[in-house]
Design a protein around this ligand. Sequence first.
Ligand code: A2P
Length: 328
Amino acid sequence: MKLALVGATGLVGREMLEVLTERQIKVDEFIPVASARSIGKKINYMGKAYTVVSMDEAINAKPDYALFSAGGSTSTEYAPRFAAVGTCVIDNSSAWRMDPDKKLVVPEVNGHILNGQEDIIANPNCSTIQLVVALKPLHEAYGIKRLVISTYQSFTGTGAKAVEQYEGERDGKATHSYESAYDHPIFENCLPHCDVFLDNDYTKEEMKLVHETRKIMNAPDIAITATAVRVPVHGGHSESVNIEFEKSFDIDTLKAILHNAPGIIVQDNVKDSIYPMPKFARKKDEVFVGRIRRDESIENGLNLWIVADNLRKGAATNAVQILEHLIH
Ligand code: A2P
């Protein structure tokens, strides 16, 4: 198997390398790709050093699979060129997610739609992935009518530049010594602004939660509203999720459903202050769910707190799980 990793030097790319290694994904040829400034650098994979090459060189090598995490415009331009030489691209950017001809996949939720014939498969947005892993079993049991989502998203989701800004501010460095990823300070701050603003005054990140959730769950009629907030937190994204179900539920049965669902760890014992926290989600591949309680203000309402490592299940792990689904 020939595997290309596009964006191998980036935050998600490096996490993908780790996940591939942990899961012992064996390759005959490994092809790390990055921008022109990184060509020639060495990347280690399973004890062997590989040289970072250009996009064109990687396309010429005709890899069987390419994991892409190098930004939307790079994916828009290059994913079809890889597909044209027979490569199956698993793309972490937002470029292909809402294309009606491309599958948007979270293996625990809709892995069954993959048939091995795909040219480009889209990996969903980080905050959507952890959300749908928790929601899918509940939707099957009770039918979700409406969702109100508030996110608390790690700055690591913005990439290496945001980490530099956070560390620069934390360490009191001169502002000209690092590049800023955000319009405002992120250290000791919260930014109700993830990705760009759209014409409806929501951010693109908020609308990704709306559209991607409906597509992955094959549930176009769920009413969804979201507020996405960037927080100075390492380790993962957190989400406060309010759900209105079609059907009534028994809270103990609902907790048991979550407990038995794939990819979820329930951490919910408030007497002992046990609930999910991003600090302890780092490097974990599961989605953590807690603060499971009835919303007493409406009929059939529920509140959840959902946490996952945005670089792992929110990006690298999910992409590698898609790859595993295809090669096994
Ligand atoms: P490089 O490190 O050479 O800039 P992050 O999201 O952490 O900023 O990482 C982005 C990743 O995408 C990096 O590996 C970066 O490489 C890579 N990248 C950015 N632009 C391109 C491009 N035009 N072609 C290939 N790789 C790119």
